[in-house]
Design a protein around this ligand. Structure first.
Ligand SMILES: Cc1ncc(COP(=O)(O)O)c(C=O)c1O
Length: 428
């Protein structure tokens, strides 16, 4: 597969962009080689600048639930752009998007639209500390909540990929007020609350983790956290930046039937544009400016073009689309498991709806430590072999694979042919 064009652009990019990329997760440091420069996408396909076509399971890290260049979304976006791209004043579309979010998430009584998932989590942490007047935040190893100082402690995603346990530059005093616990470990969360009974402002969690591969929380674990937060007057924050509108319309909280106090959203609600949101209980949200004393603002927040893309994305997401993604994802995963058995390759697959990941280990993966037991070399080989066969996967085992409504049975069949080849070569 010829990749001269990508290579040239990458070499140029390295001169003016750190590591040649604008987000570390796009680099190929973990898997070796150089990132591919994309010239366009359509449906479940992307094409690189050398004309190579790939079936895409990255989908801008889960943002594109309808695949690339969806015609209806593009039309709605064009219509919005014709009217002007930003006003610094309220528009009807941002109200419609806020109403749609509140309808889908009964726990969200009020919402604030922002520009990214990071902004959402950063603001919600500030709000939780102000509301509770407490100083500690509890998070979980391997969960990633954006590059917020307080949350860059034992984080997943790019931080784990690059082996940076906690980012330099984060004030140690700030980091020391964040406690990171083992995911799915009920005993540890009890211990933490008994050591700090009156000091925990909030527990923030990805209810289905998607930044250490896909690791679903056990229901009992989430129920325990909910009970402990209630008992100790701490807020429970679900970071549903990935899972919101993806694992079901009402996110993971709808699947688990657990009501958080606050929720963070992003990715899908922006339809491919920069959007995030945080929201939740009315009494907590009313502390945000201009109603209350917690300051939070943004020049482009609730941007009309992004809101139009988000609205069209959500209006195209009906029960039927979730059923379709469920059917196609389960078909793909069943096929992958069969191929692994055939090649006698140890493989664990975790999946919740249209997000899934493959771990090269025979052990169950229930937390960040379990993931460390999977075989790095096999992952690296798998990534390279799939890329050569026209399947674009995230270049790190710490990321989730995503499926969209644009993936078809035919694209799954082609993916499985590549998987079959790759597994046979890896197991040799
Ligand atoms: C669960 C979760 N929270 C927050 C974020 C941060 O979102 P953004 O990259 O839009 O700042 C991410 C990004 O991948 C995420 O996966």
């Amino acid at each position: 597969m010829k990749r001269d064009g990508s290579e040239k652009l990458y070499n140029r990019a390295c001169r003016v962009m750190v590591g040649g990329v604008n987000s570390p997760v796009r680099s190929f440091i973990y898997v070796g080689g150089k990132p591919i420069f994309i010239r366009g996408g359509n449906g479940c396909f992307i094409e690189d600048v050398d004309g190579n076509k790939y079936i895409d399971y990255v989908l801008s890290y889960g943002a594109l639930i309808h695949g690339h260049a969806n015609r209806k979304i593009l039309t709605r976006v064009r219509e919005a752009m014709e009217k002007g791209t930003t006003f610094g004043a309220p528009t009807e579309d941002e109200l419609l998007l806020a109403e749609e979010i509140c309808r889908a998430f009964p726990s969200i009584e009020k919402v604030r639209l922002v520009n990214s998932g990071t902004e959402a989590t950063m603001s919600v942490i500030r709000l939780a500390k102000a509301y509770t007047k407490k100083k500690f935040i509890v998070k979980f190893d391997g969960c990633y909540h954006g590059h917020v100082d307080q949350l860059l402690v034992k984080a997943g995603s790019g931080v784990a990929t690059l082996g940076i346990p906690s980012s330099e530059g984060v004030d140690l005093e700030i980091a020391s007020r964040t406690i990171s616990a083992r995911y799915n470990d009920i005993n540890q969360i009890y211990t933490i609350f008994s050591s700090h009974p009156d000091d925990i402002a909030a527990v923030i969690i990805e209810p289905v983790a998607g930044n250490m591969g896909v690791v679903p929380a056990e229901k009992e674990f989430l129920k325990t956290i909910r009970e402990l937060c209630d008992k100790h007057n701490s807020l429970l924050i679900f970071d549903e930046v990935i899972t919101g509108f993806r694992v079901s319309r009402g996110g993971a909280q709808e699947l688990y039937k657990i009501k958080p106090d606050m929720t963070c959203l992003g990715k899908v609600i922006g339809g491919g544009f920069p959007v995030g949101a945080f929201g939740g209980r009315d009494d907590v949200m009313n502390m945000v400016a201009p109603e209350g004393p917690v300051y939070q603002a943004g020049t482009l927040s609730g941007n009309p073009v992004a809101c139009a893309a988000g609205l069209e994305t959500l209006s195209l997401l009906k029960e039927e689309q979730y059923r379709l993604m469920e059917t196609i994802s389960s078909e793909l995963v069943r096929g992958v498991i069969k191929e692994a058995e055939y090649s006698r390759l140890p493989l664990t697959v975790n999946r919740v709806g249209s997000m899934f990941s493959f771990f090269f280990t025979s052990q169950p993966v229930k937390n960040f430590e379990d993931l460390q037991m999977s075989d790095k070399d096999k992952f690296v080989q798998f990534h390279r072999l799939m890329l050569e066969r026209g399947v674009y996967l995230p270049p790190s085992p710490y990321e989730s694979y995503f499926l969209s409504t644009a993936h078809t049975k035919d694209s799954v069949r082609k993916t499985l042919t590549a998987v079959s080849d790759a597994f046979r070569l890896i197991s040799k």
